[in-house]
Design a protein around this ligand. Sequence first.
Ligand code: HEC
Length: 124
Amino acid sequence: MDRSFKIALSLFALLVGTLFAVEVFSLPKVTPELKTEAQEYYNNECKACHRWARKFAAPPMKDNVAQYAENPEEMVRYLMHPTPKHPEIWPPMEITPLTENQAKMMTAWLLYILENPEDPGRPK
Ligand code: HEC
């Protein structure tokens, strides 16, 4: 095989590999159905420790979410694998880790609530 052809072929293979390796991150759309499901999940799994705007058994959810406004992917990761963030102030968050779908749903909804605090579904 001609050398430049081989090089071209390897470059092509590399390009295709890269395209498939880079999975584009996206959050689900906040539909009325998602809102209902996320709110129910929150009431069952998050409300025991978190309040929206004040400290409770955990930091205020509003501040938690605001930290991730520019980086929702990181919030999804945190909810799937909670690791200690402020060991001097707070105990680690001990919850059943969320699945990827649950974490994306909660992140999409909580960011939506952060931007739309007048939403009647906003947690207390
Ligand atoms: C058992 C109590 C408890 C429950 C239930 C709980 N959390 Fe937390 N959460 C905490 C504590 C404590 C922290 C602070 C942890 C730290 O700073 O390491 C925290 C922190 C967070 C943070 C901020 C992490 C950071 O980077 O500072 C987010 C986001 C969060 N929780 C989301 C949730 C969501 C969503 C749910 C429901 C699925 C939930 N939490 C349920 C106790 C809880």
